[in-house]
Design a protein around this ligand. Sequence first.
Ligand code: NDP
Length: 504
Amino acid sequence: MTTHAASTHTAQPAQLPRTVAGALDAIPWAEVDDHFIDGDWVRSTGGARNPVYHPATGEQWGAVPDATEEDLERAVRAAHQAFRSSGWAQLPATERARMMLVMAEKVEQKAELLALTSTLENGSPITETTGVAANAASILRYFATLAGHLDSEDLRPFPNGAGKTLVSHDPVGVCTLIAPWNFPINLMVAKLAPALLAGCTVVMKPASPTPLSIRFIVEAAAEAGIPAGVVNLVTGSGRRGDTLVRHPLVSKVAFTGSTPVGRHIAAACGELLRPVTLELGGKSSAVVLPDADLEVMSAVLLRSCLRNTGQTCYISTRILAPAKRYDEVVDMVTATVAAAPQGNPLDPQTVFGPSATRSQFETVQEYLDSAAQEGAVATTGGRAVDGPGWFVEPTVLRDVQPWMRVAREEIFGPVLTVLPYQEVDEAVELANDTEFGLGGVVFSADEDAALDVARRMDTGSVGVNFFASNHSAPFGGRKASGLGVEFGLEGLSAYLSYQSVHRR
Ligand code: NDP
């Protein structure tokens, strides 16, 4: 394992290296053979390693251990031991919050390293990953503000006056946290921060394509004085995640990823009667109302509908346009997408990077083939870019019918579909006619009209004229998009176990 002193620069995309070699010179982790268990980097007990690739070139630049059963057992036992005897669970929440605030500062100091490592891992444009540290710090700080809720006494009178009840809560215990590759830091910290505030201990398993950036979060936790064993990290394939989900000493599972794996985890947790939070796939709609200002829409289109090269769970990749303005909407969407540069994700000018994995690259091409076969027409893009790297051209599809695969299934690539509707009621029906229910956005010059449509959409989160996530509001999916919520007080409660003590 090689180490460099952590950089204390605030990441500015324009000042960061633009080549893989330059990025590799700057970052401390590439080929490693260890996990973080019980407060230390410990060598894996096995020799198997999983490669880490840079999606923009397809070259392998790193490797991490594929955890053995013994490694996993050690990590869960360390978390269990820390839960029982490190004193972490018994600290006042305000004290845990204090350490989380220090951790947030430490994370921010690693902004540059986090940005470079993340971009090398999954090809997210550097303008996206330079915000990762600030966002992770902001999640930690937000949950720290909730400490007062946990430390205050909650005494509730019986409605019939027969006595009063002390409502208490305990941390739920050891939590298995599993994140995907599209936002490997923020989706993990969204689980880690409430778990820490609640007094839980954790074993984190990142996705195989993105196992290295999360090490900076682990470092920040240790530097903040969070006791050994509270935060553990193991790397390895999905099978290792399965072991962590089912381990008898685990009390809760939090997962973000695909709907099929989510169903599998839900089934395991159902059998074990183990609490589980699932953030899964989406196929969200952008409803363009007849009076929408298309300039307003164009300004937020890439962020709301194609963020991170279309690899974001909540983005609205189905654009529902009034039939009378269909061509106008298609033209605006096409021009906006076509004007955004695609290329080297380390270049701050880049808006669209590559697909994060070879298999995702192939999946997106299969969807483009199916679209062409089913009669949709690409107004820009429509094919893979010749290598190196796993680039698919940013694509807008018109003449899309609601029954087509590209209109119904999550593509997870830089592809927008535009569908016409006649009446607003039909637009709402189309938006709700999907197995998913995660995000959505409504564009209108009339905010009240947009709000009315937003409230009729069967989805967990929806924006009016833009979409952004807010740590203080619950975020979660309906239908096949998930179970439970993250963020807000509602998200914190998933890491607590309640007890009511009744007294006269
Ligand atoms: P997966 O659901 O396969 O993987 C997500 C995480 O779960 C990874 O850490 C993975 O590990 C782990 N995992 C895989 N199998 C198991 C298992 N049986 N038990 C426990 N953990 C497991 O998603 P992918 O990364 O392969 O992405 C595929 C699709 O998922 C995308 O096309 C997209 O549709 C959707 N997706 C949705 C996301 C969202 O935010 N809602 C995010 C990412 C993907 P490993 O990587 O080692 O296999």
